[in-house]
Design a protein around this ligand. Structure first.
Ligand code: NAD
Ligand code: WQD
Length: 351
């Protein structure tokens, strides 16, 4: 009997890749999404890869009654929770929208999980929970899972921090089994080039911009800031291939059922054994904006015109995390080379 997974926010960029990986791994996926930042074209594209359409329900997580109807239809083994608004800048303009969408929506989901006895969850958290003071304090070495701080500086970060804490309590007091995964810059496209990150409007992230300049859709790349204390004065990031990232999620699921001692909480009513694990999922190599431009030029065989402009408001400082714990405990690491990732993406943007 196939294990059935409820995936929230699947039509989004990363999670459309997830559906393909998990269906191919033998799981049945059921997807809910309100299409606030995606469209049904993704479903058509996934069908081109899988030769069938997974079950999809257009549901806003905050509509508990409609979401309950989905829970009533299936016997879910676990939930992969990706639905959420994710833009740091936008969250600063609309804090309450982010709190309502990401926190209230997630709580409705958790309530139904509890009601229907579905206790396994993989949560898509973010390295946004590591603030730049960590890097300064550690002389810009790589953040590890315990480096989280509560002093959030943008509403998006606040939602991730709060949801991690809620899930930790549900693991302690309500029997939830939680795999809490933090990453930051998933990029590229599926080798089939049927699914990719291609927001319908002008892209926000670096790589869609670079490729749209390479294919002539945009004239030049604006490099936000050229005065940072890095190898070439532009921001560093650890970019991970989205297919690698999703494969790592598969590994994480296999571990979700392994109990382990509760290292953080002792005391009345706290179970000694619990199921709450956090992992940084990263390549472990930071690259600057200019390095990414040069690497892309080698693949597309053309110069990428760019202009260094002012820093982007709200831009995080160099962000990179140490993936050592995940590599060791999940026995996995990123495999896809930068060149292969760039070639996969260029196949799409150069269509
Ligand atoms: P995305 O916007 O492409 O996908 C999110 C999906 O969730 C969209 O399809 C959207 O329509 C849906 N959604 C949003 N609110 C909803 C609601 N209330 N009810 C139902 N569906 C809803 O974003 P993504 O890049 O695929 O990211 C997915 C998850 O991964 C998010 O939780 C994000 O915070 C997290 N994440 C993303 C990145 C990144 O750089 N892309 C990095 C770290 C973590
Ligand atoms: C990468 C680097 C820019 C575009 C975002 C979200 C964050 C997280 C990951 C969810 C930065 C520079 C970019 C451009 C540029 N999502 N850049 N010119 O900012 O690392 O993080 O995605 O957790 O919440 O904010 O990603 O791809 O936008 O930028 O110079 O046109 O490229 O300044 O240094 P970022 P990004």
């Amino acid at each position: 009997m196939k294990k059935t997974i409820l995936i929230t926010g699947w039509t989004g960029y990363i999670w459309s890749h997830w559906v393909v990986a998990f269906e191919k791994a033998g799981y049945k996926t059921v997807i809910v999404d309100n299409l606030v930042n995606s469209n049904l074209e993704t479903l058509e594209n996934i069908e081109k890869i899988l030769w069938y359409k997974p079950d999809f329900f257009e549901v806003d997580l905050r509509n508990k009654e409609k979401l309950r109807e989905v829970f009533e239809k299936y016997d879910f083994d676990w939930v992969v929770h990706f639905a959420g608004l994710k833009a740091v800048g936008e969250s600063c303009e609309k804090p309450l929208d982010y709190f309502d969408n990401n926190i209230v929506g997630s709580i409705k989901l958790f309530e139904l999980m509890q009601e229907f006895g579905v206790k396994n969850i993989i949560f898509s958290s973010s390295a946004t929970v590591y603030d730049s003071s960590i890097y300064e304090r550690k002389n810009f070495s790589w953040a590890v899972e315990t480096d989280i701080t509560w002093n959030t500086t943008n509403p998006y970060w606040t939602t991730k921090f709060i949801l991690e804490r809620i899930l930790k309590d549900l693991a302690n007091f309500s029997g939830f089994r939680v795999m809490n995964l933090r990453y930051f810059n998933p990029i590229w496209a599926h080798p089939s080039w049927f699914i990719w990150e291609d927001p319908e409007w002008i892209p926000n992230n670096l790589m869609p911009f670079i490729f749209k300049v390479a294919n002539g859709e945009l004239d030049e790349l604006k490099v936000f800031g050229g005065d940072y204390d890095t190898v070439d004065w532009t921001w560093m990031r650890d970019y991970i291939d989205v297919v690698d990232l999703i494969d790592w999620h598969l590994k994480a699921y296999e571990k979700i059922n392994k109990p382990h001692p509760n290292p953080l909480l002792k005391g009345e009513g706290i179970k000694e054994v619990w199921f709450f694990k956090t992992y940084n999922l990263w390549v472990g190599r930071a690259r600057s904006v200019l390095e990414m431009i040069k690497a892309t030029e080698k693949v597309v065989w053309k110069k990428i015109p760019y202009k260094i402009v002012d820093r982007r408001p709200g831009d995080l400082a160099s962000v990179y995390c140490n993936p050592k714990k995940a590599k060791k405990e999940l026995a996995w690491e990123a495999k896809i080379s930068l060149e292969e990732s760039l070639k996969n993406s260029w196949k799409f943007y150069n269509k």
